[in-house]
Design a binder for this molecule. Structure first.
Ligand SMILES: *[C@@H]1O[C@H](CO)[C@@H](O)[C@H](O)[C@H]1NC(C)=O
Ligand SMILES: *[C@@H]1O[C@H](CO)[C@@H](O)[C@H](O)[C@H]1NC(C)=O
Ligand SMILES: *[C@@H]1O[C@H](CO)[C@@H](O)[C@H](O)[C@H]1NC(C)=O
Length: 463
């Protein structure tokens, strides 16, 4: 309820007018107050992203598809923030991880099904156990759930509908692995998401060791698929500047009572719970997507009889809207957002750009599809760098999918099409730098250039 009032129509009109005066190639900041942000998420679901549908899909006329790059968020997962004495049950019985403990020096050993991983959460034993720190059930923290796996299978079959069945661009059966490049973060759920997607994109595959699809990961310390604060201390410094800005502090103050209530119920502490909605959106959305009860605490009601005891559905909706605002402000709308987004995701943007260039130069062999499986913190800064519209900046739902298609026209020119969750990506009306249904490649490069670091190590050094 109260949430709607925060984003007043008059204030929005004022910000649009102010933004219209700004040069499209200039600063990406609105430079206005928090009340200006109208995050209408009425037709939005955090729990399930849209996806490409073959019936609604049409090829670019007079052009040939050359390369498809797909960046996804992992599917539905268990929470990553824990609440002590949580009695919720999470089950991940349908997820099996086969573990290959021997190396390729023993190819004669059939590795399939040799071992499997089982998450064990023992009954809490106060004397020598810690298991009251986590829920009940069979899931690891931040593990892809059966729902999450199904979301990526669905996405894989939809991509098959478009790129195999409709366009005949990808082979109907994978012969060897030269047609694809796959990269995930080092985190289990993004690997499992990629496996689920590819398993449905090519359902009939041999399981011989030679047909195994390489899933490339960087070690955590050098990860570039999200803002790597370990490798890039400057990110933390810029984040602090953004967080300490008057606008963001006004925003936090306006939401202070809700935050205080949640801190009481969840019994959490630390600056990340005071400066960001990230943890709260994890706590409430994971539960909402499974129809599980929102957290309650007897602790919070101990003071007065009027203090609510539970996180309500309205609280959860406001947490989500706050999270939309926070991501958009940090990655897209603060005067330092360009710096922040460049250091957070610019390496990946550069990698995607170079891959297109290498492809055009004939250096990528028969590769047709590149899949990058990451996180909300992969997809959101990419969208921000593209200057996505407010609606497209809503927190990336589970299994969000950002597709970059490279097309070659019969006249030899090249175009990029960007499709987000099944729709051509819409830009902010006041920063419409290209039509992403068919953006000339040079224009596309020119826009991305300011988000690609020239010397990341130097630029990341904090000072
Ligand atoms: C490996 O194991 C799978 C599953 O049991 C089986 O289908 C396949 O034929 C085996 N391959 C070899 C080379 O033994
Ligand atoms: C895949 O490879 C097999 C054996 O090498 C061959 O018989 C088949 O025609 C190939 N299929 C495609 C679609 O290239
Ligand atoms: C932001 O990036 C620009 C280059 O685009 C640079 O000149 C400036 O120093 C950076 N600002 C901060 C605070 O890092």
């Amino acid at each position: 309820m109260g949430a709607r009032a925060l984003y007043s129509v008059a204030a929005l009109a004022a910000v649009l007018a102010a933004a219209a005066k700004a040069s499209p190639e200039g600063s990406s900041s609105f430079g206005t107050g928090v009340s200006a942000y109208a995050f209408d998420d009425a037709a939005y679901s955090y729990c399930d992203a849209g996806y490409p549908v073959s019936q609604g899909y049409s090829a670019v006329p007079d052009a040939k598809l050359e390369l498809v790059q797909v960046v996804v968020r992992h599917g539905d997962r268990t929470p990553v923030n824990l609440i002590p004495d949580d009695t919720t049950t999470w089950n991940c019985n349908g997820i099996e991880e086969n573990i290959y403990l021997h190396g390729t020096d023993q190819p004669e050993k059939n590795s399939t099904g040799s071992f499997k991983q089982v998450i064990e959460i023992p009954t809490w034993n106060k004397k020598y156990g810690f298991s009251n720190q986590v829920w009940r059930g069979t899931c690891d923290v931040g593990e892809l759930t059966d729902r999450g796996k199904a979301q990526h299978r669905l996405l894989g079959s939809q991509l098959r509908g478009v790129y195999v069945d409709k366009l005949g661009f990808l082979p109907s059966q994978l012969n060897g692995t030269d047609d694809i490049y796959v990269r995930t973060t080092h985190i289990w759920r993004t690997k499992n998401s990629a496996e689920s997607l590819l398993g449905a994109l090519w359902p009939e595959r041999s399981i011989s060791p030679e047909a195994a699809i390489p899933i490339h990961t960087y070690p955590e310390q050098i990860e570039t698929m999200y803002g790597n604060t370990g490798a890039c201390p400057k990110l933390t410094a810029i984040a602090a500047q953004i967080t300490n800005s008057d606008q963001f502090q006004d925003f936090l103050r306006s939401q202070g009572p809700l935050m205080a209530k949640l801190i009481g119920i969840l019994d959490v502490s630390g600056s990340s719970w005071r400066n960001s909605w990230d943890g709260y959106v994890d706590v409430v959305q994971t539960r909402e997507c499974h129809g599980l009860p929102l957290p309650c605490s007897d602790r919070a009601s101990a003071g007065t009889s009027t203090t609510p005891k539970c996180v309500t559905v309205e609280d959860a909706a406001q947490v989500r809207r706050n999270a939309h605002y926070e991501y958009t402000f940090k990655f897209r709308d603060h005067p330092l957002s360009q710096n922040y987004t460049r250091l957070a995701i610019g390496s990946l943007i550069g990698t995607l750009r170079d891959q297109i260039q290498d492809h055009i130069a004939g250096k990528t062999g028969s590769m047709k599809l590149a899949l990058y499986s990451g996180h909300d913190s992969t997809v959101a800064p990419l969208l921000a760098a593209l200057q996505a519209s407010n609606r497209n900046m809503l927190w990336p739902p589970y299994a969000s999918n950002l597709v970059f298609e490279l097309w070659k026209k019969t006249d030899g020119s090249r175009l990029v099409r960007v499709i987000y969750n099944g729709q051509v990506l819409k830009l902010q009306p006041e920063f419409e730098w290209c039509d992403l249904n068919a953006c000339p490649l040079d224009k596309y490069y020119k826009h991305l250039e300011k988000y690609i670091p020239t010397e990341i190590a130097t630029q990341c050094a904090s000072n």
